[in-house]
Design a protein around this ligand. Structure first.
Ligand SMILES: Cc1cc2nc3c(=O)[nH]c(=O)nc-3n(C[C@H](O)[C@H](O)[C@H](O)COP(=O)(O)OP(=O)(O)OC[C@H]3O[C@@H](n4cnc5c(N)ncnc54)[C@H](O)[C@@H]3O)c2cc1C
Length: 377
């Protein structure tokens, strides 16, 4: 006998959970269906940084702030520990210092500050390398993704009555029902959050959007001496990727210098993002290699590039690499979030950037409000 729901969400990653929350908060009966036994995609492999700064004025900046707000509520209610708050972008070169200082003074970066080298060294003694200043954003939070996802799912089930169907693959959606490997599930409307599976559901639609997949290498490392990160930490390599800085005055000069001095980092899409777990170890990444079918091989060259950048900030490489892994996510050069409407009552939502988890809750709120309006009409 098919079950009846108002909203079915395909995908139990962070985007799927965010849509389930938005549906449940609207008073709807929601089911989340995932082919795996637990979330095992990008959402549990990520660095866990909920990023806020770096968006130009307007919708993107508003969405980032709204999503951060909901992340805060979810962490508090679902018992997810916030490991640290804030993001320090260490400017290793004067070119990075100049674009970051200018951005810190603008309206889309409220609360952000740029510290000149003397102040930066005094405030952040952890940064022992030669630095040209530090951009500080206070609003970012960091969560341990691997444990956060199951906690959020359990909270949605217990506090919001969301039903979960794990180990259940969805093969088709239409006529008010989802065909699954465990039999049909009836739902008035559906949201598909397939991560980087761009072929199984509505593949014809997704194939026309110029999406591809990105593979990212990550490590957990440990230094011999213990020290506390002030927040998440990144460098010039991240600054050139920030959407708000793409056309900023001085960005070309920074790009040119990085091309001359760190061509291998750019070739492998390496940026430094370091965050700290409750046990003091650091999660560090990441690379970005684009391919329709990412290969499964981890390259030592890429690990070395990440560790070199870490050493440039903290004065030396960590003694121990505790673990290594890779993750893949959907990627588009110009559409960080894709929302498609293949049917009146179905939406397909793909986070197509390396910061999809940050935007998840605001995107879900917008999509569910629009979809439930369309379903009710
Ligand atoms: C190494 C790495 C580091 C990252 N760091 C950050 C970060 O610090 N901050 C940030 O904001 N973002 C980060 N990201 C990006 C972020 O992880 C992703 O954008 C986000 O997790 C995508 O969530 P999702 O739910 O769309 O996808 P996923 O987490 O991949 O979930 C998709 C789910 O859909 C299920 N599924 C797909 N098709 C079907 C089907 N037909 N039937 C049933 N189930 C199906 C899959 O089993 C999977 O569980 C990082 C990504 C990686 C790989």
């Amino acid at each position: 006998m098919a079950e009846d729901f108002d909203l079915a969400v395909v995908g139990g990653g962070i985007l799927g959970l965010a849509h389930a929350l938005a549906g449940a908060r609207s008073g709807r009966r929601v089911v989340v269906i995932d082919r795996d036994a637990r979330a095992n995609g990008a959402s549990v492999r990520m660095s866990g940084l909920v990023s806020v700064a770096g968006h130009p004025t307007g919708a993107a900046a508003r969405r980032a702030r709204r999503s951060r707000e909901i992340w805060g509520e979810v962490c508090a209610h679902a018992g997810v520990r916030v490991d640290h708050e804030g993001l320090a972008i260490v400017a290793r070169r004067p070119e990075a210092a100049s674009v970051l200082a200018a951005y810190a003074a603008t309206e889309p970066a409220p609360g952000c500050v740029f510290y000149a080298p003397e102040d930066a060294h005094a405030l952040f003694p952890q940064f022992r390398g030669d630095i040209a200043g530090v951009f500080w954003s206070p609003d970012e939070i960091r969560v341990e993704a691997k444990s956060a996802l199951p906690k959020i799912a359990a909270w949605l089930e217990d506090a919001h009555g969301v039903a979960f169907r794990w180990e259940t693959a969805v093969s088709a959606i239409g006529d008010g029902a989802l065909a699954t490997s465990q039999g049909p599930v009836r739902a008035k409307c559906a949201v598909v959050c397939p991560g980087d599976d761009l072929r199984s559901l509505f593949g014809d639609r997704l194939s026309s959007l110029g999406l591809t997949r990105a593979k990212s290498q990550m490590m957990r490392v440990r230094y011999d001496e213990s020290f506390e990160l002030p927040g998440a930490v990144s460098t010039d390599l991240s600054a050139v990727r920030m959407p708000a800085l793409q056309d900023a005055e001085g960005a070309d000069a920074l790009r040119a210098r990085l091309e001359a001095e760190q061509p291998e980092h750019l070739q492998h899409g390496v940026v430094l993002l370091a965050s700290q777990s409750a046990d003091g170890s650091l999660v560090v990444g990441a690379s970005r290699t684009l391919d329709a079918t990412p290969d499964p091989f981890l390259l030592q060259t890429i690990d070395d590039l990440i560790l070199d950048e870490l050493a440039a900030v903290f004065g030396k490489r960590p003694k121990h690499v505790v673990s290594r892994w890779s993750g893949t996510y959907a990627f588009s050069a110009d559409r960080p979030v894709v929302v498609e409407a293949p049917e009146e009552n179905v939406r397909v939502v793909v986070a197509a950037s390396g910061f999809g988890a940050s935007a998840a809750f605001a995107v879900a709120e917008e999509t569910v409000a629009e979809l439930l309006g369309a379903c009710a009409a």
